[in-house]
Design a protein around this ligand. Structure first.
Ligand SMILES: NC(=O)c1ccc[n+]([C@@H]2O[C@H](COP(=O)([O-])OP(=O)(O)OC[C@H]3O[C@@H](n4cnc5c(N)ncnc54)[C@H](O)[C@@H]3O)[C@@H](O)[C@H]2O)c1
Length: 322
């Protein structure tokens, strides 16, 4: 049976939970946003309201911003042309639409309100004991077919799944901060997750759109850091070593990766944006895994070279090219 998601429950209304709730409401879903107490719940709802206000303001100004962009290139537009541009860039998010999105979210501190959810996404603090307790409490009020997902960044999905009454209908749904503008969702099946649930959740995510983009689910095997943080963690370690060894000035490290490797943002600037406390935590989590990995060098590149797959220049590398 294909999962039809009418109501999503998001548990935890912090940095991530509030905007995950907003994302589903933007896409017409009914959302129950559950917090432990009223104060963080109000804070979460305030984040959503502020976000939606920003979206409405952005849409209201879209036409004028376009006009300013064109005129800043030395082109002067007639009133008629300006009007045509404003018409073409009519706001798709109006105050009325934002109010309707907000009305889709039911904030609560009561587990009973979660009972009708088809999908529960947990986004509480990064502690295994608290997450297990949350799933255990929710199991008592929801249907046995309700899918459970955790937005954890680093905790083992299989351990969490096995602690619930539905290890087959449990998976990791790792959103990126903020999910209202970053479209990636890593879908991490536990060892116990049934294929049908993975496909259902991949489909649910593919049908969503955030403020800017269609959401993009990527299936990832359970591994420390999952996909993005594992790759980024390895690279960031080299960046931090280059910094410590004074290989280049901090600004130059960022310029090099932007100008030479096509990064949209310098890695040190990125670390500052993520928060150095968060970066330190990620590093701590991944260090044992990376130390183990030190003994291992990937062999796939030389294997592909032996097969004549040299990349784009010969039409075949990791991918095939026309
Ligand atoms: N912040 C990020 O950049 C980011 C990115 C991806 C994933 N994550 C993951 O998302 C999860 C949440 O992170 P966050 O940054 O939003 O944290 P946060 O501290 O901003 O929010 C957590 C919220 O959970 C609430 N909470 C705690 N116990 C609860 C309970 N029993 N029931 C209901 N609510 C409860 C807290 O009151 C708080 O408001 C973590 O697992 C984190 O690893 C975070």
């Amino acid at each position: 049976m294909v999962l039809f998601v009418d109501t999503v429950a998001v548990v935890g209304a912090g940095t991530m939970g509030a905007r995950i709730a907003e994302l589903f409401a933007l896409n017409g879903k009914k959302v129950v946003l559950k917090e432990i107490e009223q104060v963080p719940l109000d804070k979460g709802m305030a984040i959503i309201k502020q976000d939606l206000d920003g979206l409405v303001a952005f849409h209201e100004k879209k036409g004028d911003v376009k006009i300013r962009d064109i005129e800043s290139n030395g082109i002067s537009l007639t009133d008629e042309q300006k009007e045509a541009i404003r018409k073409r860039n009519r706001p798709t998010y109006t105050r009325d639409r934002a109010d309707k999105v907000l009305a889709k979210i039911h904030p609560t501190t009561d587990y009973d309100d979660v009972s009708g959810a088809d999908l529960v996404i947990e986004a509480v603090v990064e502690r295994m004991d608290i997450k297990k307790a949350v799933f255990s409490d929710i199991s008592k009020v929801v249907d046995s077919r309700t899918v459970f997902a955790s937005n954890t960044s680093s905790l083992p999905i299989t351990e969490m799944a096995k602690a619930t009454d539905r290890p087959n209908r449990f998976l990791g749904m790792h959103f990126f901060n903020p999910p209202t503008t970053l479209p990636l969702v890593e879908i991490i099946p536990a060892e116990t997750t049934e294929e049908e649930t993975v496909m259902d959740i991949m489909n649910v995510v593919s049908e969503l759109r955030n403020h800017r983009y269609p959401m993009m689910p990527v299936r990832v095997k359970e591994t420390p850091g999952f996909l993005v943080n594992r790759i980024l963690g390895a690279m960031m370690n080299e960046v931090f070593l280059c910094y410590e060894e004074k290989i280049a000035a901090p600004r130059d490290i960022d310029i090099a990766m932007k100008a030479g490797a096509g990064f949209p943002m310098g890695p040190l600037e990125l670390a500052d944006m993520i928060g150095l406390d968060v970066a330190a935590h990620v590093q701590e989590t991944l260090t044992p895994f990376f130390l183990e990995r030190e003994k291992k060098t990937a062999t796939v590149v030389s294997e592909l070279v032996d097969e004549g797959r040299l990349g784009k220049k010969v039409g075949r590398g990791f991918f095939e090219y026309e």
